[in-house]
Structures are given as structure tokens and as C-alpha cells.
Ligand binder design. Sequence first.
Ligand code: PMT
Length: 222
Amino acid sequence: NKEDILKGKKIIVTAGGTIEAIDPVRYIGNRSSGKMGIAIAQEAAKCGAEVSLLVGNITAALPTDPHIKIYQTKSAREMLAKLQEIFPQNDGLVMAAAVADYHPKEYVDHKIKKNQASDNLTIELEENPDILKTIAQTKRSDQIVVGFAAETNDLLENAHRKLEKKHADFIVANDVSKNVFGSDEDQVTILSKNRENDVWPLMTKKKVAEKIVQLIADHLTK
Ligand code: PMT
């Protein structure tokens, strides 16, 4: 069972939205609550794994399980740096965080003042690194990487593209046009290279987490 397999295994989970600072008081963020990632971390810890939980901006309560070590990683670049440091010592990574694709090109070190001369303000954005892709490219055969795909349209087509492009073992595809951010439930489809799509019914994120952790355990036994 999954407890036997996961006992002593080291798993990293990311949760919440990244924060991309504009100035000392403002940022670009998103509506991820952290619930999905936290549920996965809790389930993995319950099964005996040593969990590292990297959190960005969350509204859900942080877990207090002694087998979950929490790291605050605000921006995508911080999250990537932490993962590059710890991924080699781990057995798996689940990227449930909602990572911003862009950050403000320039960080302004004082509060930006209202421009009296114009009604407009332009903030130029620059692409963030693709964390999942960067980390999955360094993956050994004894490690597993699970990504998510959050789509509002053409769910499976876009999710399949992410599976290929990002070198993940599994992609958990969710249709986020349906209030998934912040909710307690999700309906997901599991994609992997050598298997048919596995459509899971609508269920609680806790249940989704249990099934994802089972998937990880099954993969790690192989
Ligand atoms: O936190 P909750 O409120 O519970 O909501 C859960 C959730 C909807 C945030 C979660 O289920 C989810 O779908 N997380 C992934 C959100 C996301 O960023 O999806 P994406 O399709 O933009 O990215 C695809 C994958 O690449 C994700 O695993 C993401 O973590 C990763 N990514 C994205 C961009 C980037 N620059 N680097 C990445 O690693």
C-alpha cells in the first residue's frame, strides 16, 4: 500500500500563487488559495513521507504536521531557486502552485506615485522561468514530477501540450473556468505519456490529493 512505499520518501509540493513585486507595497498575484497543494502535502505526510511545502501567497491555513517543512517562496524566481537547491535530494515534486508567467521588468524601490500628467500607467512585464520545465529536465529516473494544467478553454489539448513541453510524468488538468481557485472541490483529468486520459469525477480537493498521492506511490514502486 501507499504507506509502505512512501514511508521515508521525500516529496516536494508547491502551493498558492506567486507574488511578483511591482514596488514595496504592490504586486501581481492570482486567486490560488493554496488548498490543493496543502491537501497534497498533508496526504503525503500522512502516508509517511517527509514533505517540503513551498508556499507563495495563500489564504488557506498552513499545515502544522511535523513532517511538513514549510518554505516561503514569494516569486517564481525564488521558488525556482529553492527547488534547484532541494530537488536533487528528493524523490518527487508536485507543482500545484499557480506560478505567474510574467514579472514586472523593473522593480521600483519606492511606492510608485500617481502620475499627475497622464491617466495611464504602463508596467512592462518580462517572462518568468518555467519552473516545472527547468526542474523536470534535471529529473533522474528514480524521481517523479507531477504538474498541473489550469485552462479555461481547450483543456485537454493545452494540457497535452504542457505534458510534452514540460517533461512531467503526469499532468493534472483542471478546467479553471469553473471556480476552482479557492474552492474545496475540483474535477480533474490525469494525463501521462503512456496511458489513456483518466477522467476523475468532481470530488473534494482532499480526495483528489489522496488519489494523486496514490499515483505517486504507484509510480515510485516501478
Ligand atoms: O490553490 P487553490 O485555490 O486550491 O487552486 C488550485 C489550482 C487551481 C491553483 C491548482 O489546481 C492548479 O491548477 N495549479 C497550477 C496553476 C498553473 O499555474 O497552471 P498553468 O497551466 O499556468 O501551469 C502549468 C504548470 O506549470 C503548473 O504545474 C505550474 O505550477 C507550472 N508553471 C507555470 C508557469 C511557470 N512559469 N512555471 C511553472 O512551473
